[in-house]
Structures are given as C-alpha cells and as structure tokens.
Design a protein around this ligand. Structure first.
Ligand SMILES: Cc1cc2nc3c(=O)[nH]c(=O)nc-3n(C[C@H](O)[C@H](O)[C@H](O)COP(=O)(O)OP(=O)(O)OC[C@H]3O[C@@H](n4cnc5c(N)ncnc54)[C@H](O)[C@@H]3O)c2cc1C
Length: 411
C-alpha cells in the first residue's frame, strides 16, 4: 500500500490491535505513533507505575526530529540539564583538565538534548496516557502465534496476572534483557556483544558541593564519576571497571554485585571510598555489563522488537535513547504504511538497520576513551587533555543523523 492510501486504510478497516511490552522510551514513543496511525494500542509494563530514575540520557540528530514531530521538543528543552563542566581527575584526585561538558559527551550545543531518563519517559507517557490502554504491574507470560484461538490471525497472549487477550501484533520494548526476545529467539547470550566493562550506578547525597557538572576519576581499567544533575542534592554515582570476561555470577545477585564493586575499588583514592560506602546503602543500585544487542532479525511472525530489546548500542555510545526513539518511529511508520505485517516488518528492518549499525560501531571509534584500560592509553588521553586550552566544541557525528525520517501519513 502506498503512503497516500493510509488514511483510507485506517478509516475503512477495523482498528488493528497492538500490544507493546515495556513503558520506558521506545514503548510510549511507539504507542504514540501507532495510535496516531489508527491502531488500538495496549502497553503492558511490569513495574507498578512509570519508572523514574534520573540518570541523564541524550537525544541527538534524527531522534531530535522524532520528538519535534511528537510536539514535545519545548518540554524537553525545559528539562534539558545543561551541565556546565566536565572535570577529569588523576588517581590521587588532582585535576587533569576541566572542559565544556557537551563536548565530552559528543553533543552539539544548542541542538542536542540531555535530560533525565525519567523526565523523557514521563513526557512521552503524557502524550499517550489518555489514548492508549496501560496495564501496569503485569507482563506477558506466554505468547502463542499458532493461532489456535484465532485461525492464525493474531497472537494469543496470557499475562502473568492470568488475563488472556489476543492482538494482531505484539512488540517487545522491554529493554536490554527483553523477555519478549527470549520467548521469540532464545537466550540473550547469542546476541549479546560484551564490551569489556561492568558498572554500578546509584544515587547518593551530594556532600561534595557539586552543581550541574560531571567529575570523572580514572586509573587504568577503573573509573568513578559523580554527576550532579541540577543545583540541588541530586547526585548520580557511577563506578565502571574493565573485565576481560563478563562477571556473570553477579548479574542477578545484588549482594555479589556490591561485593565485587567494593573489592575492585578497595584501594582506590579520591572520593571512591565514600562512593563505595554509599553504594552499600543505595536502594536504587543498578549493575550491569556494558554490551550491545546485535540480532540478525528483529521480528518473527507477528512479534517484533524495538529499542534496546533489539539493538541496544550500550551507554558507551550515548545513543540508546536516540535509537529507541528513531526505531519506534520507523516501526510505526512501516506498520502504518504496509497492511501486511510481513512486508511491514521487513521494511522496518531494511530502512532502520544501517542507522543502527552506524551508531553501534561508535564504540569501536573511540567512545570508550573515557575509560582507558591501560596506563599507556590513560597517559595518552591525559596528555591530550592537558594540551587543550579549551575542548573544541563537538561537531555532530554523522551517525547521529544518518537516517532521514519518512513523512507520516495523516490519520
Ligand atoms: C547506566 C546507563 C546509562 C545510560 N546512559 C545513556 C546515555 O548517556 N545516553 C543514551 O542515549 N542512553 C543511555 N542509556 C541507555 C538508555 O537508557 C536506553 O538505551 C533506553 O532507555 C532504551 O529504551 P527502551 O525503552 O528500549 O528500553 P528500557 O529503557 O530498558 O525500558 C524497558 C522497559 O520495559 C520494562 N520491562 C522489562 N521487562 C518487562 C517485561 N517482562 N514485561 C513488561 N515490561 C517489562 C521495564 O520496566 C522498562 O520500563 C544508558 C543506560 C544505562 C543503564
């Protein structure tokens, strides 16, 4: 079907139903565009409410155009964090360099946005909460595409709560460790590309007098960062360390995570001992490995994946939220344009994959220089930083804008 046929298609046919699993970034963005295209949308989220969590994320390049088309750019500009400086510290805590924050993050001043992840999720949710059905505190238990209930016409879903419903399509927007992906394609390990680091992130009291700035302490293979998001007490602590093999034993065990991080940073200087103490008490500790999802296909039958579930690029690229927003737009556009779901899902992959690939390879092009793993690499970076009077302003990376969004047909 051509794009010009879209409005006729929606008004004359019964609404197609879509279940989206996950209400963070890609889920609500997809819900918005599918609702606009005339779909009846349900979103199921395993948490009891929209999840806050204030660590900063970036919206850049093509993703900025997605949020502009959603009409939320002014609200996101209001939520923009606008950090003042980024200070690098040596092992003993002395200053190596202090530079403009945007340049370090690879963001273009005045164009790219940095907002708390929770603020972005809240703003996206607000665009659809009155038009879309949200089921909090529930999740998909069983997906059945065999069509016993509906003669092969849809997906029969049994939820953990016990409710049962059928949908024309199901989309997993349930993040890096997606259960939808596991149900469709099997264990995560097949698609996970480990990038050599594990990290812990948590909030702690801002007893250091930091304000709208990032301070990063490094020794080879270890990094500790404090990120003061506003002028108030909000302080995000980040402990990142190099490991040739992923510490799998710690992944689902918070006690093991605390122990591992405390052991790795036991002899560290600067404020790290305070950070490790705060980590032990933190009730919002998030621990994971740095990694990417690389999949040969993003859908099977009537079930598709979007965002981190399909193509997480890792925090080292700073592009996870942007890929989630652009991917949601492209998937909705393909489903709105092609009535046949097989053609739609093929078009989604065909038109989005190169953009994803360009952003995922950013990790191989120096994105990890914030976290050098050898004394030589750290010395080189610090020499480079000391030689700078001011950090050159970032220029837009071509990968960030490497996709031109197609026009969405009018509903
Ligand atoms: C520490 C850290 C730092 C980061 N820094 C940046 C950065 O600087 N810049 C950037 O752009 N990105 C960054 N990211 C990545 C960014 O957060 C993600 O790429 C982005 O949030 C992906 O959005 P998503 O909606 O696809 O998945 P997620 O945000 O992971 O959301 C998944 C949602 O699904 C829900 N869910 C999970 N399982 C189920 C289930 N079984 N049933 C129902 N619901 C379920 C979850 O509760 C969650 O709400 C960072 C990530 C981390 C962890």
């Amino acid at each position: 079907m051509t794009r010009t046929g879209l409005s006729m298609d929606v008004s004359t046919a019964t609404k197609r139903t879509v279940l989206i699993s996950g209400a963070s970034i890609s889920g609500p963005a997809l819900a918005y565009w599918l609702h606009r295209a005339g779909f009846a949308v349900t979103v199921v989220e395993k948490a009891g409410a929209l999840r806050g969590g204030g660590y900063p994320i970036d919206i850049r390049g093509t993703a900025t155009e997605v949020v502009r088309r959603m009409g939320v750019l002014p609200r996101l500009r209001d939520a923009h964090i606008d950090s003042r400086r980024f200070t690098f510290l040596a092992a003993g805590g002395s200053e190596v360099a202090s530079v403009g924050a945007g340049a370090v993050a690879g963001s273009v001043e005045g164009q790219d946005l940095e907002v708390r992840r929770g603020d972005l999720a809240t703003i996206l949710y607000a665009t659809v909460r009155d038009d879309v059905e949200f089921l909090f505190n529930d999740s998909i238990d069983v997906l059945d595409q065999s069509g016993q209930d509906r003669s092969g016409q849809g997906v029969d879903v049994t939820f953990r709560s016990g409710r049962r419903r059928s949908f024309d399509l199901v989309v997993g927007a349930d993040g890096m460790h997606s259960q939808t992906r596991e149900a469709l394609f099997g264990p995560e390990e097949q698609f996970h590309r480990y990038l050599g680091y594990a990290f812990a992130i948590f909030t702690m009291p801002n007893t250091f007098g930091l304000s709208r700035e990032v301070v990063l302490w490094n020794t080879p293979g270890k990094a500790a960062a404090l990120y003061a998001v506003g002028d108030n007490d909000e302080l995000h602590a980040f402990l990142n360390f190099h490991r040739p093999e992923p510490p799998l034993h710690a992944l689902r065990n918070p006690d093991a995570q605390r122990e591992l991080v405390a052991t790795v940073f036991a002899d560290a200087g600067w404020k790290v001992p305070d950070m490790v103490d705060a980590m032990r008490d933190a009730d919002d500790l998030f621990f994971d490995t740095a990694g990417q999802m690389r999949m040969p296909h993003w859908s099977s039958g009537r079930v598709a994946l979007v965002g981190d579930a399909a193509y997480a690029p890792s925090f080292l690229t700073g592009q996870g939220s942007s890929l989630a927003l652009v991917g949601a737009y492209m998937l909705a556009h393909s489903l709105a344009t092609h009535r046949d779901h097989t053609a739609a899902l093929a078009a989604y992959e065909r038109d989005t994959r190169e953009f994803v690939a360009m952003n995922q390879v950013l990790v191989d092009k120096g994105s990890a220089t914030l976290f050098p793993t050898t004394a030589e690499a750290l010395e080189q970076r610090d020499t480079m930083l000391r030689g700078l009077v001011t950090m050159p302003s970032a220029t837009a990376r071509p990968a960030h804008s490497a996709l031109t969004l197609p026009e969405f047909g009018r509903p």
